[in-house]
Design a binder for this molecule. Structure first.
Ligand SMILES: Cc1cc2nc3c(=O)[nH]c(=O)nc-3n(C[C@H](O)[C@H](O)[C@H](O)COP(=O)(O)OP(=O)(O)OC[C@H]3O[C@@H](n4cnc5c(N)ncnc54)[C@H](O)[C@@H]3O)c2cc1C
Ligand code: SF4
Length: 472
């Protein structure tokens, strides 16, 4: 792990609750940013740029910071990625751009994420508007969902002159950037400022409007020239073990959402918490619980450390926050007394043969049952698929993948229905779901919609790979 990614050490008792939920990486000062930018070698065929799913011209934006042109730097970032402020905070940079940086071998990699945040914060503070709505081309596009995929698609289309309306079922737009990413990684204001930037391009956003309930699918397909689905995934699935209805059992996404939208001192939490699942959600719930003040937080995961979905740096971060891990442990029952959680009954597991994902299957060890005493259980075992939506889309001839995602062509994000496109978590049947991948999907779909409706290559295709098929 790169040295600069060591978690910030803090002594909880020295900080107020609010301070514990501040962004944990402080912004770079101008001097720090310029010094760091000057370490960059401005590589030809820069590997960092190849590794960025949105292909931001990283050497160029860094060089602009080094020469004092921070405004120009922000423009370079936003040309490739309209959600540059979110991505600078949430991207797993050590797996992407910084992991590919040539400087990682002998020195430490350039802190690309923090430099990007420096340029994005500068543009936001100065309220600089880089783009305008394109000249109207007469086409109307509906975007369902305003997470990174939907916003990216909507913004790119608006720049190209499309009349875009987004429909969002939640009260605020932004998807998981607003409601799901822990506040000390991305404050809500950062996500909402990006939503505002997209609206400033002329995109209309209708919140608290669920497609399939408030507006029928048929209406969208009929009234718009193209429809983009960026609906993400659903709530955390049930554990399907006895005791799930006890007081003190909570959905991990609801728990995170509370820390983003509610007053911190109004959030209920236990003192000894078992978090089930070792992915993004599990790690975030566990670290939040510690920062709220829970004494003992244990992540329970049925496979081993090697198979856990969380990134290595997230694991290290959680350990640094005092979270414990119990690997090869399968919950079988939530034990309660007087209707409240009292413990989590588990079995020890051994690793058996690989399953369809290639990971070794956990198998229960006989007679290994034991109980972890706890007063709260947080469910964090992934997100449900939108089965109802897939069923509805199937009526329009849209296929879904075997594992429950919308099936689209890689190079256009178009489904089997010529008007229906999709991107983000709802199509990610393989590979890791991430914000930056969702942003790129939205951009690819916008370029494909342009080609399909306008009949010419989109001006933004230079940032897109794989290159779109020729216009037919
Ligand atoms: C806890 C957690 C932490 C994460 N941390 C990171 C991280 O650190 N880094 C990273 O890169 N990725 C992270 N991710 C993943 C990342 O957040 C997602 O990959 C990304 O948000 C996907 O974007 P999206 O636009 O596809 O979906 P979402 O962000 O889920 O947005 C989908 C939107 O569609 C709306 N919607 C759904 N159905 C309808 C409907 N019928 N009508 C209208 N609106 C609808 C939803 O309300 C939502 O706003 C995390 C995910 C979770 C759950
Ligand atoms: S690989 Fe590293 S040194 Fe080279 S351009 Fe990218 S950030 Fe700069």
């Amino acid at each position: 792990m790169a040295e600069h990614y060591k978690p910030v050490k803090y002594k909880a008792w020295e900080l107020t609750l609010e301070e514990r939920f501040q962004e944990y990486y402080p912004p770079l000062s101008e001097r720090e940013a310029v010094l760091e930018a000057n370490r960059c070698l401005y590589c030809h065929d820069a590997p960092c740029m190849v590794a960025c799913p949105t292909h931001i011209d990283i050497p160029t934006f860094i060089r602009k910071i080094a020469t004092g042109n921070t405004k120009g730097s922000a423009r370079t970032i936003l040309e490739a990625n309209l959600l540059g402020a979110t991505c600078s905070r949430v991207c797993p940079v050590e797996e992407l751009c910084e992991g590919a940086c040539v400087m990682r071998h002998d020195h430490k990699p350039i802190t690309i994420g923090r430099l990007q945040r420096y340029a994005m914060d500068y543009a936001q503070e100065k309220k600089i508007k880089f783009f305008e709505a394109g000249k109207p081309n007469g086409f109307k596009v509906a975007v369902v969902g305003t997470g990174p995929a939907g916003l990216s698609c909507a913004g790119e289309l608006a720049k190209l002159g499309f009349d875009v309306t987004c429909f969002e079922k939640k009260k605020m737009a932004g998807g998981l950037s607003t409601y799901g990413i822990v506040v000390f990684r991305e404050p809500v204001e950062v996500s909402l400022a990006e939503v505002k930037n997209i609206e400033d391009l002329g995109v209309k956003i209708k919140t608290e409007c669920t497609i399939g309930e408030d507006i029928k699918f048929e209406e969208l397909i009929e009234n718009y020239d193209a429809v983009f689905f960026g609906v993400g995934l659903g709530s955390v699935p049930d554990l399907a073990v006895p005791g799930e209805d006890l007081e003190g059992v909570v959905d991990g996404l609801d728990f995170i959402e509370a820390t983003k939208v509610d007053k911190l001192d109004s959030i209920k939490f236990g003192n000894r918490i078992a978090v089930i699942g070792a992915g993004n959600t599990g790690i975030d719930c566990a670290t939040i619980a510690r920062r709220l003040g829970a004494e003992r937080v244990t992540i329970v995961y049925r496979r081993s450390e090697a198979e856990m979905p969380a990134y290595h740096f997230e694991y290290q971060f959680a350990l640094g926050e005092g979270v414990s891990f119990m690997f090869l442990t399968q919950p079988v029952e939530i034990v309660g007394k007087d209707g409240k959680v009292e413990g989590l009954k588990c079995l020890r597991m051994d690793l058996g043969e690989p399953d369809h994902s290639g990971r070794r299957m956990p198998v229960p060890a006989k007679g290994s049952e034991f109980v972890i005493p706890c007063d709260m259980v947080i469910k964090a075992i992934g997100q449900k698929k939108h089965t109802d939506l897939l069923g509805k889309l199937a009526e329009f001839g849209v296929k879904s993948t075997k594992n429950g995602y919308i099936a689209v062509a890689d190079d256009t994000k178009r489904s089997d229905h010529p008007k229906i496109f999709a991107g983000g978590d709802c199509i990610r049947s393989k590979g890791e779901a991430s914000t930056v991948a969702a942003v790129q999907d939205g951009k690819v779909a916008a370029a494909a919609i342009y080609r399909q409706l306008v009949g010419a290559p989109s001006p933004n295709e230079k940032h897109i790979e794989p290159v779109l098929s020729p216009v037919k």
